[in-house]
Design a protein around this ligand. Structure first.
Ligand SMILES: Nc1ncnc2c1ncn2[C@@H]1O[C@H](COP(=O)(O)OP(=O)(O)OP(=O)(O)O)[C@@H](O)[C@H]1O
Length: 459
């Protein structure tokens, strides 16, 4: 997923903490306490060591002594923040005065605490920061979804392969069966999962997404099952998990292969018995969800390699639906490109531009490793960068624009079969029915159908 995004992805548990103090006793005591809370701690005695530690590691939090031997903590503070602007700095001092506290906060410290620090004070700082980072992460996920929000799901297709996929989706949607969606990144697994939900009897209930790989094991467990206050660092109050939030609806587990073996066991129990406990809680809760899972890995191989439980695989895989990559449904590229252009044109209140034939050529010749997501991004970029009403290859990134030369030209060094194939695929791409394409090509529809099937299978 694209990360060009205003809020930096925060680190998740465990918190990385830097302790900067020239008194060994303080360093040792603070480190022991922080480690006891599950933090990863590095202690340093000098400003130089602190700066070089920050340059090499992404710390979340620093405890900074106000009076270091060679430099004041107040002087060091802006230097630390210039290396890592997201660092939360807590000034600590045995000589607390209101003036220095104000100065520290003005320079960017998050907190100011008098020595000796009590365990309760340290816990308060750590829990508060863990919760804030967790909120950042949730905001980041939401913003990423908003940024990618699908204006309108495009379910039209001219591809035999994709049509077979959509037929299967339509068949299983109204049932309660678990569905496993397979497909490369950006092929639309999330879009199809949401569509499955809207076509199901659960459409009036919630659709809840859990993106498995973005979270550490502990955080994912808490995200799924919820937790009670005190279950781990940062668990400052009881919280329901996404499982409960999905009650009566659909739970979408994206990139399910990334779930650790420990969590897989819990998930299996939930699927088998519809029961689970929040982290740190004895009470057993019941939940009614339909699970749709997705992966871009070969789960059977993960099972063979011992990384994925076979019984969980069978539970999730009641029906398997493969979504073809865009390069295997090239005939859809022009239609999808135009639909995205139309969407972005409406958003920017411009008339929808056309694609020149060389622009179309470039799009059709490119391999689209990022699939529909990449096509959508390329169309959005073209709308921003290309003011004219006819989009030319120059509106596309260089790796796509340069594809035109790879397309076969009449009279070039190409076999008849390559020209035949390219011509058929392009005519199919710009026409709306098979009959219309067959008419242009001067062959009957059944011959064209067979050729298209063959090309689909070869690609
Ligand atoms: N059928 C579709 N109609 C409209 N837009 C689509 C469609 N399929 C995919 N997209 C676009 O591509 C983006 C990626 O789709 P989606 O997140 O569903 O893919 P994915 O296969 O789940 O990808 P990943 O594995 O990276 O999570 C969507 O946000 C949307 O912009």
């Amino acid at each position: 997923m694209d990360t060009s995004y205003s809020i930096k992805p925060p680190s998740v548990h465990p918190l990385q903490v830097l302790v900067i103090d020239d008194e060994k006793n303080i360093r040792v005591a603070l480190a022991a306490y922080l480690e006891g809370m599950g933090c990863r701690v590095l202690t340093v005695a000098t400003a130089g060591a602190a700066l070089s530690a920050l340059e090499s590691q992404p710390f979340d939090l620093a405890f900074l002594d106000l009076r270091l031997r060679e430099i004041s903590g107040l002087e060091l503070l802006p230097k630390l923040l210039s290396v890592n602007p997201r660092l939360a700095v807590v000034m600590i001092t045995a000589y607390a005065t209101i003036d220095t506290a104000v100065a520290a906060i003005k320079r960017g410290a998050r907190d100011y605490l008098p020595k000796p620090l009590s365990p309760a004070q340290i816990k308060h700082v750590v829990d508060g920061l863990a919760e804030r980072l967790n909120l950042y992460r949730q905001v980041e996920e939401l913003q990423a979804h908003l940024r990618e929000a699908v204006p309108e799901v495009i379910l039209a297709t001219a591809s035999v392969k994709m049509q077979a996929t959509l037929d299967l989706v339509e068949k299983v949607a109204p049932t309660e069966i678990s569905v496993l969606l397979l497909g490369e990144n950006g092929t639309g697994k999330g879009v199809i999962a949401r569509w499955l939900h809207t076509q199901s009897r659960r459409a009036g209930g919630p659709f809840v997404l859990v993106s498995c790989p973005t979270l550490s094991e502990e955080l994912l467990a808490s995200e799924l099952f919820g937790h009670v206050k005190g279950a781990f660092t940062g668990a400052t109050r009881d919280r329901e998990g996404r499982l409960e939030a999905a009650h009566g609806g659909t739970l979408f587990l994206d990139e399910v292969s990334e779930i650790s073996l420990g969590l897989q066991a819990k998930l299996l129990r939930m699927l088998q018995e519809k029961q689970f406990e929040r982290l740190g809680e004895n009470r057993t809760r019941r939940v009614d969800v339909r699970v749709v899972a997705a992966t871009n890995r070969n789960l059977e191989e993960e099972v063979k390699a011992g990384r994925f439980r076979e019984d969980l695989f069978f539970r999730l895989n009641a029906v398997q639906i493969s979504i073809p990559p865009l390069r295997e449904r090239r005939e859809d590229i022009p239609m999808l490109a135009r639909r995205f252009l139309d969407f972005f044109a409406r958003q920017t209140r411009r008339p929808t531009p056309e694609l020149s034939s060389s622009a179309l050529n470039a799009l059709l010749s490119y391999s689209w490793p990022g699939n529909i997501r990449e096509l959508r991004n390329v169309m959005e970029r073209a709308m921003i960068l290309w003011p004219s009403q006819v989009i030319e290859p120059g509106a596309f990134p260089e790796n796509i624009a340069s594809q035109i030369s790879a397309a076969p030209v009449l009279g070039g060094d190409y076999t008849l079969e390559r020209i035949d194939r390219e011509h058929i695929l392009r005519v199919l791409a710009r026409t709306t029915t098979l009959e219309e394409a067959a008419h242009i090509l001067g062959i009957d529809s059944s011959t064209l159908w067979r050729r298209r099937k063959k090309y689909d299978e070869e690609s």
